[in-house]
Write a protein that binds this ligand. Structure first.
Ligand SMILES: Cc1cc2nc3c(=O)[nH]c(=O)nc-3n(C[C@H](O)[C@H](O)[C@H](O)COP(=O)(O)O)c2cc1C
Ligand code: SF4
Length: 260
């Protein structure tokens, strides 16, 4: 029997070939705030790898909404690159989406072009970007370094970690819903779809392997090799998002540490 993951779904005028969506996960592949060949290749590869739809992440709606040098800024000059990206995704049979946003207090003055716009100037623990509205931040960097673990408790990974809460939303919302959070196996994906979510979104399993969906389909794997190290998140702040398992220069000692 074909897994529910691989059944198509009609969404308004669009039919997605299956229920998987590459979640918005900042790629850090837009130097000069424009689409790069790397960004196109990543999304083409995820599409070739079987997702129903991919999502380009964290595109700023205006210069004041930028927080990184390598972040996409939606403006006229970005259109040709976006068109190339969309064509590449379509040619692999997937649909393309984009996450648009404004980073608020996460703005970085050197790239956002001036004072940031945010509802408040409070420190954002999601950091490590520093809100430029903070005046006395000199003492906070070392404070975070030494006491950060007390402020933010490490949370062990558990598969489908948002499912319990998401089900409360599923119960009362009649619209189509996408579940996201900790999907690394076909078994869990099928459980989530079986509980009434129309789609599943996946970030890290697709950073680990853009062909994750097709490999589940062929039976080559039943589970992602992602070790939930979050190395991909740490690097994306200053460089291209990537999985530690693909690093050639990372010492084996570090790889072992990250692999838990
Ligand atoms: C490297 C990385 C970058 C991310 N960047 C974004 C982002 O730009 N926007 C966003 O809404 N979520 C972002 N996320 C969160 C993911 O979209 C997703 O919700 C989260 O990783 C949980 O899904 P997962 O367990 O399948 O990884 C990012 C996650 C990762 C790993
Ligand atoms: S870097 Fe870590 S969390 Fe990110 S995809 Fe690789 S194993 Fe998973």
């Amino acid at each position: 029997m074909v897994s529910s993951l691989f059944t198509p779904f009609r969404l308004g005028p669009l039919t997605l070939r299956n229920r998987s969506i590459r979640s918005a996960a900042f790629e850090g592949m837009a130097p000069g705030h424009l689409v790069s060949d790397d960004l196109i290749e990543y999304h083409r590869a995820v599409s070739e790898g079987g997702v129903g739809m991919t999502t380009v992440a964290y595109a700023a709606v205006s210069q004041s909404g930028l927080s990184f040098d390598h972040q996409l800024w939606l403006r006229r000059e970005a259109v040709p690159g976006l068109r190339r990206l969309t064509n590449a995704v379509h040619s692999e049979g997937a649909a393309a989406a984009i996450q648009i946003g404004h980073c608020g207090l996460m703005a970085k003055k050197s790239v956002s072009g001036g004072q940031c716009f945010a509802p408040s100037g409070r420190f954002n623990l999601y950091g490590p970007t520093w809100p430029i509205t903070m005046k006395k931040d000199a003492w906070m960097k070392p404070a975070l370094k030494y006491f950060g673990n007390l402020l933010m408790k490490p949370e062990p990974f558990s598969e489908g970690y948002f499912l319990e809460d998401a089900l409360k939303v599923r119960e009362v919302v009649k619209l189509h819903l996408i579940y996201v959070g900790g999907l690394v196996s076909l078994e869990k994906i099928e459980e989530v779809l079986g509980k009434g979510f129309e789609f599943v979104q996946i970030a890290r399993a697709l950073i680990n392997d853009p062909a994750f969906i097709n490999k589940l389909r062929s039976g080559e794997i039943t589970r992602s090799a992602c070790k939930h190290s979050n190395y991909c998140i740490a690097v994306m702040y200053s460089d291209k998002m990537r999985c530690y398992q693909k690093e050639v220069d990372l010492p084996e000692k570090w790889k072992r540490k990250l692999g838990g």
